[in-house]
Design a protein around this ligand. Sequence first.
Ligand code: GDD
Ligand code: MN
Length: 394
Amino acid sequence: MSKAVVIIPTYKERENIERIIPIIEEDVFPQVKNYQMFILVADDNSPDGTPEAVEAFAKKYKNIEISSGEKKGLGAAYIRAMTFAIEEMGADVVFEMDADLQHDPAKIPDFLEKIDEGCDMVIGTRYSDGGSIPAKWPLHRKAFSVVANLFVRTVFMRFYIHDWTGGYRALKKEVFLKEKHELTKFSGYIFQISFLHKAVRDGFKIGEVPFHFGERSLGDSKIAPIGYIMQVITFVITTRITELQRVIKFLIVGGTGFIVQLVFQEFAANVLFVSVIASLRDGLSAGFGAEAAILCNFMFNNFWTFSDTKHIKQNSHFMHKLIKFNLATLLSVFIQFLSVYLFVHFLGEDVMLFGMSLKTRIVVLFPTIILLVIPLNYFIYNRIIWKTHHLKDK
Ligand code: GDD
Ligand code: MN
């Protein structure tokens, strides 16, 4: 049976942990049939008796563990605890959940259901139908909470995720193992946004469970609002700029490639393949031009657009990549050959457009490249050639 570990980070939460553990153990875990359930408290040596309270529970319930460590922030505590849950406790799924009962433990089975439906990461959301923030919050706090999330959703242009900052989640171990090494620099609450952003970027399937975010009745919030807001703004904007830069570079490279393509195509049509019949000549010339453009794009993209991607082995990959690149883009050479061949075959060498007689082989390139080649190439570049490889954790 699969194992799921509910990780509860704590710093000075003795009263809360004493309330939440019996609720989870007595009311929630018995409802879960298809997972073996555990609790892991990630405590940073709280001086108020939190770890002692957890030790006492661990004697009563055999499925409770504690991971103690130095206080380095919420993100650092989660990274330490998730590593422990996966490596030492054999977790297949881990939960993130606050100790203060603002995250209703009764929702745990809903998260697991989403995982069983095929989601890799499930987000508890306060800002979609069925979710909410406390009605008693003063207006400015409500407004801030809603605006902050809307800001993140807008800047990221990913509206389908309704809650970027929350800390009630479940995820498969694969998601954590893949992103772990990139998360170490996000040691505070910013861990939440950055983790979700990377999971989305890497194509993990995200699900949502709406929930009512309760009020904290005991103890104090540990968040430092101003510092946190600054971190969120900085993170979201710098991340977005990096993503946009790549798109802009890609467009510049593409434009240059197009000119190279035209020059080589016309050279081929007028010199190399002059004696071949028109449709075949123009098709071959288009393929020839496409190959020249591909080589040009490869150089640019390798040394510029995607130069920041890390590779498992640093050197010696150039030829290997070039060959792989050519194989992957053969399809687009063929598409351009075929498209020009067919159009010239059926429409003739020249077409009338805007009252001018133009070479079919040139006109056809525009729709072909825009509709087929660019989307195909962008996909191949990102997913195959300059895929960001990560060093495997030992
Ligand atoms: N181990 C450890 N170390 N635990 C910590 C630390 C830390 O440095 N800082 C906070 N925690 C624990 C708290 O004890 C609590 O159980 C949980 O993390 C959440 O902290 P709160 O202090 O209750 O945060 P909040 O309710 O103000 O924050 C809300 O907003 C955040 C940002 O949107 C919650 O929804 C969080 O889940 C959310 O990430
Ligand atoms: Mn809280």
